[in-house]
Design a protein around this ligand. Structure first.
Ligand code: AMP
Ligand code: MG
Length: 419
């Protein structure tokens, strides 16, 4: 299997990854801990919204009939019977010839069918027994009716939705102090490579520090998973199988970096030849990262990403994150693709679609993508500023500046951060 590989598309690879994924169970969390989690159930309105008829502004609750013919020149006087603050329950009825002073959000008194704003009455600042109305109103004007936005029992948020600030406001409105959310997937992280040093170790000849583990752990956490970091794995096959088995017991799925290629010490590639391992794929039509591999072992999924930092970043984005979203029952499976104008020519030939990290700009309503020039396979420093992957189709000619290319945005463009 190591040398005999069947190439599949990104879509096919994601399809195979998702095909036999179960969904994780649910748990209850406090509302203040629910931000970013995935709703496990549909959420129903526990009351009408608004829960009572109320005034949307500061003014006077009146009977529209009583305002007929009112103008600035010929204001109509009404007797003020009550002042209703937000939170209070009115005690007086608005009868013919009367009005109640009412504040924004306060409950509408019985008998009233319209509210006139202070600015359309004479001397609104004076707490007098009488108000003079300067405009004619129609019944129902300036009212928020009970249930006009939401009816009790209707679904206000759906299972699978990621809880954002707006969702939290909805949950609070309907009294959900505890929220049913999907359990976070525990994602094991195993870096392979005898050359890898811990971050706090000094450099020695031939070795490099492990940068993939912390990068992947951030991507996992950002997508709602719990990264579980395992001790690095040297490139030794007998050790690998035992260690991977032990890791799998503790997690919902495992992500590895490195060792998927055809090198003599590529442990993950060797693993695909083991009889108790089910191979999902071991070559995808992408650059960088074509040897990206996926396996099922002990009934658990292993996403085996290339160790090359750029390929690892791309592979995590294209393959791992959709798995995490699907496990949680939310989000679109495939990364969203949009179209943009290529800012400058890229003519390096490639047998597979090439995914170039880049940045996005907008000019006169058109979206431009600017691939990083510094795209050598092992380079990693442009990852921090990357906003998207520009996809250059396979073939000998690449794409010219001004041509349209597909783009996968993966971070908010800099323009929204003001840089
Ligand atoms: P591999 O996929 O194991 O063939 O590794 C490809 C390249 O990525 C090699 O140059 C490795 O040294 C490098 N590499 C592998 N794992 C990591 C890692 N965790 N952090 C940084 N670089 C890595
Ligand atoms: Mg390696």
């Amino acid at each position: 299997m190591r040398f005999k590989r069947q190439t599949i598309s990104v879509e096919e690879a994601v399809g195979r990854l998702l095909s036999d994924l179960g969904r994780l169970g649910e748990e209850q969390v406090g509302l203040y801990e629910a931000y970013g989690r995935i709703l496990a159930r549909d959420i129903a309105a526990t009351s009408d919204l608004p829960p009572f008829d109320r005034s949307p502004l500061d003014g006077f609750a009146v009977r529209a009939e009583d305002t007929a013919g009112a103008t600035v020149e010929r204001p109509i006087p009404l007797q003020v019977v009550e002042t209703i603050a937000a939170g209070a329950v009115p005690v007086k009825e608005v009868t013919p010839g009367t009005a109640s002073r009412i504040m924004t959000g306060a409950m509408l008194p019985p008998g009233a069918n319209a509210v006139i704003m202070f600015e359309q009455t004479e001397k609104p600042g004076e707490m007098s027994q009488e108000v003079r109305i300067k405009r004619q109103l129609t019944a129902g004007e300036n009212l928020s009716r009970q249930g006009e936005e939401v009816r009790r029992g209707s679904i206000v948020a759906k299972a699978g939705e990621r809880i954002n600030a707006g969702t939290l406001a909805i949950l609070a409105t309907f009294g959900y102090a505890r929220v049913p959310v999907v359990r976070k997937p525990r994602v094991g992280l195993l870096s392979t490579g005898t050359e890898l040093l811990e971050v706090d170790e000094p450099l020695v000849p031939g070795k490099i520090r492990n940068s993939n583990a912390v990068m992947l752990s951030a991507m996992i956490a950002e997508t709602g998973g719990v990264p579980v970091l395992f001790e690095g794995l040297p490139d030794e096959l007998p050790l690998a199988k035992k260690r991977i088995s032990a890791c799998l017991d503790q997690v919902d799925l495992l992500v590895t970096s490195g060792g998927v290629s055809v090198g003599d010490y590529d442990v993950m590639a060797y693993l695909t030849d083991e009889p108790d391992v089910r191979l999902l794929f071991n070559r995808v039509a992408i650059r960088p990262g074509s040897p990206t591999t996926a396996l099922v072992y002990h009934n658990k999924l292993i996403c085996a990403l290339s160790g090359n930092p750029g390929a690892c970043f791309l592979g995590a984005y294209l393959f791992l994150l959709p798995v995490l979203r699907a496990l949680s029952g939310g989000g679109k499976a495939q990364a969203k693709r949009i179209k943009a104008v290529l800012g400058e020519t890229y003519d390096k030939p490639c047998p597979y679609p090439r995914f170039l990290r880049g940045r996005l700009t907008e000019e006169n309503g058109a979206l431009y993508v600017w691939p990083d020039r510094n795209d050598k396979a092992g380079n990693l420093c442009t990852m921090a500023k990357s906003e998207c992957f520009a996809i250059i189709p396979p073939g000998g000619r690449g794409k010219q500046a001004g041509e349209i290319v597909e783009v996968i945005p993966h971070a908010l463009p800099g323009w929204s951060r003001g840089d």
